[in-house]
Design a protein around this ligand. Structure first.
Ligand code: FAD
Length: 360
C-alpha cells in the first residue's frame, strides 16, 4: 500500500486526509504545532468562491453556509445608511465589494469536527526540517527520518523549496509582491445585540489626524446561548502599524467610538480578542504547470496556482483559503486518481494479449 505523508494539519491537510481516507493509501500526517487547524483555527474567515464552499460542504455536510451579498452599510451617528462618497483603500474596497460565504458554525467547531474524524492520522509537534527527494524521505527536526511514497505538502511552495534545497521547476516568473496594508482584528462577544447585519457595517472614527474605519460583521452563529459575536477589521497605514504603542492607542480610540455608538457595549462585553496582522496578502501567488512540483511531491499551498485557474479569478478572490481549497480540489481531480491507479494497477499491466504475458 502506498504511504502518503501529509505535511500540515491546517484545513487543507485535514481536508485532504478526510478525502483520501477511503482510498487505497496509507495516510500519515505531520504537524509542527501543538494542535491541528493551522491558520484556520485562529481566523474568522470568509470564503469568496462557491468552489471553496462546496469543498467545505463535502467535508462537513451538516454545516450550512450562507452567501452574504447585500451592499454594506455605513454607521454614522447611530444611523445605518448607504456608504455615500466615503473613500476606501484597496483592501477595504475588496472587503466591501466582494460577496462572500460564511458558515453557520464557528471555525473552531469546524476544525474540531475534522480533527475528530482524521486527527488520529496526524502526529503533532512534529516538524519537517528537510525533504530528501532522491531517497523519498523526510528529516524531522527531532532527527528522525520518515519515508514516503507520495508527499503532500500543505504549507507554502516557498517553504517546500527551502526544505528540498532545490528550486522547483516549471514555475512562471515570480511577480513582485504586493504588500497590502495590514491592520487589526477585534473580536467581541457580547450579551447584547449591537447590530443584526450579516453584511459589513462601516464605522468611521478618528485617531489623531487619521480618518480610519472599522469594518464590522456579525458572526452567523451569534444568538446561540444568548451570545453575540462580532468581528471588526481596521486597516491601518504603515506608520501606525510599525509602532505597537500607536496600535494600542488606535484600538482604544476605536473602542471608544464603539462604546459611544453602542452605549450598552461596556456592560455587555464578555470576551475580547485583538489580533495584529502586519500585512494581509503578502506575496502574489505564482503560476505552476502542475501541483506535482517534484516527482511524487504535491504542493497545495496558497502561494501557487495551476494555469487552469482562469485569469479573471487569479486576482483577489483566489487567494488564501479559496486558493488552497481550489488546489486541494485540483489535486483530488487530477493527481490523486493517478496515485490511486498506481496502487491498484496489476503488476503486469499491459495492452498486450494475455497469452503474450504467459511464462514460456
Ligand atoms: C485571522 C485570520 C483571518 C483570515 N481571514 C481569511 C479570510 O477571511 N479569507 C481567506 O480566504 N483567508 C483568510 N485567512 C487565511 C486562511 O486562514 C488561510 O489561507 C488558510 O487557513 C490556510 O489553510 P492551509 O491548510 O492551506 O494552511 P495553514 O493553515 O497555514 O496550514 C499549514 C499547516 O502546516 C504546518 N506546517 C508548516 N510547515 C511545517 C513543517 N515544516 N512541518 C510540519 N508542519 C508544518 C503549520 O503549522 C500549519 O498547521 C485568514 C487568516 C488569519 C490568521
Amino acid at each position: 500500500m502506498s504511504k502518503v505523508v501529509i505535511v500540515g494539519a491546517g484545513v487543507a491537510g485535514l481536508g485532504l486526509a478526510k478525502q483520501l481516507s477511503s482510498s487505497l493509501v496509507e495516510i500519515s500526517g505531520l504537524e509542527k504545532d501543538l494542535r491541528g487547524g493551522g491558520r484556520f483555527e485562529i481566523g474568522h474567515q470568509r470564503v469568496y468562491t462557491a468552489e471553496a464552499r462546496d469543498f467545505m460542504t463535502d467535508l462537513l455536510p451538516d454545516t450550512a453556509w450562507s452567501l452574504v451579498e447585500e451592499p454594506p452599510f455605513a454607521l454614522r451617528k447611530g444611523e445605518f445608511g448607504p456608504l455615500g462618497d466615503m473613500e476606501f483603500s484597496a483592501p477595504e474596497s475588496f472587503y466591501l465589494a466582494t460577496p462572500f460565504w460564511q458558515p453557520a458554525a464557528t471555525y473552531h467547531s469546524i476544525v474540531e469536527k475534522l480533527w475528530s474524524q482524521v486527527g488520529e492520522s496526524f502526529r503533532l509537534r512534529t516538524q519537517v526540517a528537510s525533504v530528501d527527494l532522491a531517497n523519498k524521505s523526510l528529516l524531522l527536526v527531532s532527527g528522525e527520518k520518515v519515508a514516503y511514497d507520495k508527499l503532500l505538502w500543505t504549507s507554502t511552495l516557498a517553504s517546500l523549496g527551502k526544505a528540498t534545497g532545490e528550486t522547483p521547476k516549471g514555475i512562471a516568473k515570480k511577480k513582485p509582491p504586493v504588500i497590502e496594508t495590514g491592520g487589526i482584528t477585534l473580536d467581541l462577544d457580547t450579551s447584547a445585540s449591537l447590530f443584526a447585519q450579516a453584511n459589513t457595517v462601516v464605522i468611521p472614527f478618528r485617531y489623531k489626524d487619521h480618518k480610519l474605519k472599522g469594518l464590522g460583521m456579525q458572526a452567523p452563529w451569534s444568538g446561540t446561548a444568548g451570545a453575540h459575536s462580532y468581528r471588526f477589521l481596521v486597516f491601518l497605514e504603515d506608520a501606525l502599524l510599525e509602532d505597537r504603542e500607536e496600535l494600542a492607542k488606535v484600538v482604544r480610540a476605536f473602542k471608544r467610538e464603539l462604546t459611544r455608538t453602542f452605549p450598552d457595549l461596556e456592560k455587555a462585553e464578555s470576551r475580547e480578542r485583538i489580533v495584529f496582522h502586519p500585512s494581509l496578502s503578502g506575496e502574489i501567488p505564482v503560476s505552476v504547470r502542475s501541483l506535482e512540483i517534484y516527482p511524487d511531491v504535491v504542493c497545495v499551498g496558497s502561494d501557487l496556482y495551476t494555469e487552469e485557474v482562469s485569469p479573471d479569478k487569479q486576482e483577489f478572490a483566489l487567494r488564501n483559503l479559496d486558493l488552497t481549497l481550489r488546489n486541494c480540489l485540483d489535486f483530488l481531480d487530477i493527481t490523486a486518481p493517478q496515485w490511486q491507479l498506481k496502487t491498484q494497477q496489476p503488476v503486469l499491466a499491459s495492452t498486450a494479449p494475455l497469452e503474450a504475458l504467459q511464462p514460456e
